[in-house]
Design a binder for this molecule. Sequence first.
Ligand SMILES: Nc1ncnc2c1ncn2[C@@H]1O[C@H](COP(=O)(O)OP(=O)(O)OP(=O)(O)O)[C@@H](O)[C@H]1O
Ligand SMILES: [Mg+2]
Length: 484
Amino acid sequence: MRILSKEGNELVLLSITDDAVEKGDYVLIEDIKSKRKLIVQVYEEEYLNIPSLIQDIVKDEIVKASSREGLHDPLNISNLSVMVRDAKLFKCKIRAAIYNGILSNNVSWIPSRVDSKITKLKVSDLDVLLARKGMFPIDIGKTSDNDQFKIYAEDLDGSLNVITGKKESGKSHLAKTLVKKLVEHGAFVIVFDLNNEYGGLAWNRDGTPSTINERISIKEPGSGLKFALNYTGKGAIVNMLKYALDMPTASMREFFRIWDWLNARDSLGIERLGNAITNWNINEHVRDALISRLYSIQASKLFTDDSTKSCRFEEIIKQNKNGLALVVGMGKTSSIVRRMTVELVLSKLIELLEHDSIPPIFIFAEEAHLYLRETYWEDVITRMRHFGIYTTFITNQPDAINDSIYRQVDNIFLFNFTNDADLERISRVSVVDTDTIKSIVRTLPQRHCFVVGKAVRDLPVAIKITDSQVLTLGNTKKFFKIKN
Ligand SMILES: Nc1ncnc2c1ncn2[C@@H]1O[C@H](COP(=O)(O)OP(=O)(O)OP(=O)(O)O)[C@@H](O)[C@H]1O
Ligand SMILES: [Mg+2]
């Protein structure tokens, strides 16, 4: 390979022979005289396109089509010309430089076009250069050199992550791998599961219990997941009424009075709340508003007056000191109850974190736009992160996540997208340039993921995600099944 040109932070390499590099690979360019090195990443592959070359190809085809005899070519010129026609250009982005064996961001020099040694750089060698290591590894797949690739749980800690890609590309599969490893490492994870598929984490494919079998708790809103009013507290209930049930302000004021009155008598409960609303001396419109919300609350079955049946996060965590995945199974839950559940859970978690009653929590939110209100986005990335709620959004609709999230995201796991609008959207992620994302993500094969961000020290890598040993649930139900 040879350097052909450089423009901005882009280098073009010319390759005549069949060099084994492909999109996403890293290449090391060593300037032999100055001993400086550049690390570049291939993001696009093209033919060498010179007009005279195209003319030649066309002429050659015409000659071949019109003559039957073999052409006399004693000097083997045609072979050479075939090589030229097959020459490829590799467009690369300059990512880093190395001086005296130390990685640097100073890439303001250009290597010699004549005296440069160009070699492929394996991701495992890159890791050594980056000193990318940690205490809590998470094996996620293999690099293009077939080396095992891991990220570290520390890189997800305190971070905001996004897993996105088109339908059935393998997003939930990767999310499950991350959840499983986080729990194995002792973390507390809450999953908002829309397809009731994370329960499979408890079992291996062969039916034996998985490594985290005892550390998975699946709770469905209304059956396993219930709260007592005096546990959730006024704040969480108010958030739920305001954001999930759209309660008007005037009714909210009356609700406060009723709540305080019941609370002062130590008699908070759904039934007593109902009685108080019916007998309270209020405007009939306000009463109607309160009663309709009360019906929704009763229908959700999210509340219980029996405080022994109430879910208490701090106790669940205390009983599972070695880590836990609390899966909130919302596959069969109506959209309104989903919203209520998420409001309650998040409000309560924030309150507990504010009082240091629980350690930081990882949240995995599948298709969060279906149950998380817009204003929570900002909350999640600023306030919640500050308190210790570290979120991973999983979605196949990149436009459901707004720009402020993309700008602050620490890690993004990108699966294939072919739709231009989707590519445009995700290419706004600030941690890597638009050209790389658009070009690499468009042609990523199935089960491959482009990892960008803190986990790879801002040098993005394409990874083939490995199959998992745990049971995979949540496959799309099909009417026509292939009969064996
Ligand atoms: N790396 C992998 N190795 C083997 N099978 C995989 C891999 N990744 C995903 N699969 C399988 O492919 C199918 C789709 O994967 P998955 O459910 O993770 O996709 P998804 O992107 O979450 O889809 P959706 O958008 O529908 O939620 C599943 O049956 C899953 O088991
Ligand atoms: Mg999924």
